[in-house]
Design a protein around this ligand. Structure first.
Ligand SMILES: *Cc1c(COP(=O)(O)O)cnc(C)c1O
Length: 387
């Protein structure tokens, strides 16, 4: 392959089968064949989120930010008290969205970029007020921090709050049995570990989330996001009958159907294990190269991306050299430490070969940037794990 690998935290490398679906002649959104594909994709989406028929999937044209906006627009009303478990850039965005819909927002902030918050810390905060909703960023893409969704959700439920989880950089990469953990709205976007080009907002809502929406005292302030329009559409597609509210992104839905099938054929547990292995290999290699990482402990480092700190004397110029070596990486995103680190995405259908090629490009990029590095030292550490 002559083009560089796209190893950023989304969009990612997509499978050939997914890309082929993107290039099919666009079907009518009410053609029986398309309805059947969409209806099946909705069922598969539940399976990928590990939730049963009691949970409602939504597939809406838009990015991950729309998925966040849609979740909050529907389950939050003006005056609701929201606790944002804040681990970085995307938690700040969630807090802004909640404020936009009139919520009273408390942000419980991780001590520093790279830190997370424990279920115990959240439980202490939950005693201080009567929260209607708790939001969690499963993996904060700006720091590579993984947060304890299971523990925090349990604490929030015990306090009687609904839980919305931003899984945009986690879903289908990090273990996340939505129903078993009791998450009320779990949301993501197509272009991350789900493995479909950007353009679909994906949400799965629990019965409690739907109840909260049904019992609203006020209309949903976002016209496009209103579940009142989307619920009949999703039900119609699943029931194999035509319906229209706003034109679905038909080719993206075809590609989603292919990708969800590929995920389920591999099996969710196998996918989580593969992400863990690729992540361990990348992190071992980065350590062997002598670079630190943004997460302050490996126990809360994400498995979908790695955030290495630049070594002394090296800066973002290095990313151009890595690109010349065959891999496109991302720069820093967290405003407080933006220039100190870079990000390697390794989610989706990422293979052993992709990881080794990327690490080879990182080694050559570092050396070209003037960092003294024994060639192959990182690759050897990765291969020790990958076999
Ligand atoms: C990428 C990302 C988003 C935003 O998704 P867009 O598709 O860029 O709107 C939100 N939250 C997290 C955790 C992300 O990684």
């Amino acid at each position: 392959m002559s083009r560089p690998l796209l190893m950023i935290p989304g969009p990612i490398e997509f499978t050939d089968e997914v890309l082929a679906a993107m290039s099919l002649p666009s079907p009518s959104h009410v053609a029986p064949e398309f309805i059947a594909v969409f209806g099946h994709a909705l069922k598969d989406l539940r399976a990928v989120f590990l939730a049963d028929e009691s949970h409602q999937p939504f597939v809406i044209a838009g990015s991950g930010t729309l998925a966040m906006d849609s979740a909050i627009a529907n389950v939050v009303e003006a005056g609701d008290k929201v606790l944002v478990v804040n681990t970085g850039f995307f938690s700040d965005r969630m807090a802004d969205i909640c404020r936009r819909y009139g919520a009273e927002v408390d942000s419980l902030d991780a001590a520093a970029p790279g830190d997370t918050l424990s279920a115990e810390q959240v439980a202490v905060q939950l005693e201080k007020a009567d929260y209607d909703l708790v939001t969690i960023t499963h993996v904060d893409t700006s720091t590579g921090v993984l947060t304890d969704v299971q523990g925090i959700t349990a604490a929030a439920k015990a306090a009687g709050a609904l839980v919305v989880v931003d899984g945009v950089c986690a879903t289908a990469g990090e273990a996340m049995p939505q129903q078993a953990w009791g998450v009320d709205v779990y949301l993501t976007a197509s272009q991350k570990a789900i493995g479909v080009p950007p353009g679909l907002a994906l949400l799965v809502a629990s019965p409690a989330a739907l109840d909260k929406w049904r019992q609203r005292r006020t209309p949903v302030a976002s016209y496009y996001s209103d579940w009142g329009y989307w619920l009949p559409i999703m039900n119609a597609y699943e029931g194999l009958s035509p319906a229209y509210f706003a034109t679905p992104a038909v080719n993206l839905v075809l590609a989603l159907a292919v990708s969800l099938r590929q995920l389920l054929d591999e099996g969710m547990d196998a996918i989580f294990a593969r992400h863990q292995l690729m992540s361990d290999a990348v992190k071992a290699a980065i350590g062997a190269m002598g670079l630190g990482q943004v997460p302050t402990a490996s126990a809360h480092a994400a498995h979908t991306l790695t955030c290495p700190r630049y070594p002394q004397g090296v800066d973002a110029t290095m990313l151009g050299y890595v690109r010349d070596g065959g891999a496109i990486l991302a720069g820093g995103l967290h405003p407080d430490i933006k220039g100190d680190y870079f990000r390697i995405g390794h989610m989706g259908a990422v293979s052993r070969a992709d990881v080794l090629a990327t690490l080879g490009a990182v080694e050559s990029g570092l050396r070209r940037a003037g960092y003294a590095l024994e060639p192959g030292i990182g690759l050897a550490a990765a291969q020790a794990l990958l076999g």
